[in-house]
Design a protein around this ligand. Structure first.
Ligand code: PLP
Length: 485
């Protein structure tokens, strides 16, 4: 072997590798073009699952064979969120621009921890755009995250420094009396973030919902008063710009006003809905979001950017640096050369090595424009209203929550003792049928079928197919024994 064939991983034959690369790209474009012809999801054969138990290979293998294996054993058995019939949980569908951006980013292999490079400037451009989308001040800082779960945890760290100063970074949180407020419908990532931040899950005080399913702001005010009286230290309120169960939007303007009077940190969970601000029609729903102290949101859901791409915005930008910057001898900044540059992202978050999430976001926004993306989001909300209307017209179906955004919760009617199990069974059967993938959740303690219209590819006919299948399965399971499906 020559030296280069031993040490370098570059192809020996660039021509055949190039050919192989084009074949892979073609397969992915075929996949996206012909999605509707595929099942949304399909059960994974035991043999395929088993094949991933194999040990680590000592010797390499041609790319062509690995590609074939991907097409045979991986691609068909993903969860299906690119498919127009995918309506489960809250998943983005991805785009061709996103696919190609991932390829470009992969080829460049930039590390966005810092240093003097345009990839960092691309991330900073997204920050500037985000300031205008959400009407945050020029002084706001921000950074890409893996998602809103990470963004929420980071927001807690920043808010902690805002309250206690940098000494908390030396001394830790220790015993404390801090309390955080949110509605019972808040996403589980807040509980997890409280746990991981050291504040503890017990510091979360849940505030009841009002009639419209939003956090009851007067109940919140009463609770804060009581807690102060009891010697606790109210600290933060978390509002949802779209709850994960039903898409309800907290009264963000009222929460912001209360936080100002009470001197509390106002965090907004915008994972599901915040980017709805791209739509002139939807933006008014999120009024008050511009007053948040921190806003965590996701490009990978409604924004259709490939996973993963979350973002955290901090109103008082200097706090972000005070929370995360950790000088190190091997990270010295210079006036010139590759180690120049003021704003190193590693000073603004927990990570040092970071991928180029900004590129796929930048390319998605540039390729489609915020107007078209906003119109796509408004369309998913129109589909949700269409779906609610269809549900209301079927006597055997029941709408289970008001439709605010792009989520519809409904169920097949049955006697109380069976209705939860029946609907859970319908969800599984639908998923296994390959026709559609809804998920389920609990609304006021009751199991519902939940359709989250996040994917830009979903059309009314996909919802018709879903309704038709639910009616069919509901009838079959109601008359037969549930297990015998
Ligand atoms: C998805 C979601 C989260 C968590 O975001 P990740 O990006 O999955 O970490 C938080 N809140 C809401 C409302 C969500 O829909």
């Amino acid at each position: 072997m020559t030296e280069s064939s031993l040490s370098s991983l570059d192809p020996e034959n660039w021509e055949s590798e190039r050919h192989q690369a084009h074949a892979m790209l073609d397969d992915l474009l075929d996949y996206l073009q012909n999605l509707p012809e595929r099942p949304v999801w399909q059960p994974i054969p035991a043999s395929v699952r088993h094949s991933f138990q194999e040990g680590s290979p000592g010797a390499g293998q041609p790319l062509k064979e690995i590609h074939q294996r991907f097409m045979r054993d991986i691609l068909p058995y993903a969860v299906g969120n690119a498919h127009p019939g995918f309506m489960g949980w809250v998943h983005g569908g991805g785009t061709v621009a996103g696919l190609l951006a991932e390829m470009l980013a992969g080829g460049l292999n930039a590390n966005l921890g810092g240093r003097d490079q345009i990839p960092v400037a691309v991330e900073q451009q997204i920050l500037r755009w985000a300031r205008t989308w959400f009407r945050f001040p020029e002084t706001a800082q921000g950074i890409f995250t893996t998602g809103t779960s990470q963004g929420t945890l980071m927001a807690l760290w920043v808010a902690r420094v805002a309250l206690w100063g940098e000494k908390v970074r030396q001394e830790g949180v220790g015993a404390h009396t801090l309390t955080v407020y949110a509605a019972p419908t808040v996403h589980g990532c807040l509980h997890k973030a409280l746990d991981l931040s050291g504040l503890g899950k017990k510091s979360l005080h849940l505030v009841d919902l009002d009639e419209s399913g939003r956090m009851d702001v007067s109940a919140l005010q009463v609770q804060i008063g009581k807690d102060r009286q009891a010697g606790l230290t109210p600290f933060m309120v978390v509002g949802s710009a779209g709850t994960v169960d039903t898409g309800a939007i907290d009264d963000l303007a009222a929460l912001a006003a209360l936080c100002r009077t009470e001197s509390l940190w106002f965090h907004v969970d915008g994972a599901l809905g915040a980017l709805g601000c791209w739509s002139a029609e939807l933006a008014p729903l999120f009024q008050g979001i511009e007053q948040a102290d921190s806003l965590a949101f996701d490009f990978h859901k409604w924004g259709q950017v490939p996973y993963d791409a979350g973002f955290l915005l901090i109103r008082e930008g200097s706090l972000q640096r005070r929370t995360f910057s950790s000088p190190a001898r091997y990270l010295a900044r210079e006036e010139r050369g590759a180690a120049a540059g003021e704003d190193w992202p590693c000073d603004l978050g927990p990570d040092l090595s970071r991928g180029f999430r900004a590129l796929k976001t930048w390319m998605t926004v540039r390729r489609y424009g915020t107007e078209r993306l906003g119109a796509m989001m408004a369309h998913t909300c129109a589909l949700a209203r269409f779906m609610a209307d269809r549900v209301n017209r079927e006597t055997s179906l029941e709408l289970m929550a008001p439709v605010t955004l792009n989520i519809v919760c409904f169920r097949y009617r049955a006697e109380p003792a069976r209705v939860d199990a029946l609907n859970a069974q319908i969800a599984i059967a639908l998923q296994e049928s390959g026709i559609a993938v809804p998920s389920t959740t609990l609304v006021r303690g009751q199991r519902v079928l939940r359709v989250a219209l996040v994917n830009h590819r979903t059309r009314a006919r996909d919802l018709e197919a879903l309704i038709c299948a639910v009616l069919h399965l509901g009838q079959r399971f109601s008359t037969g024994r549930i297990q015998s499906s």
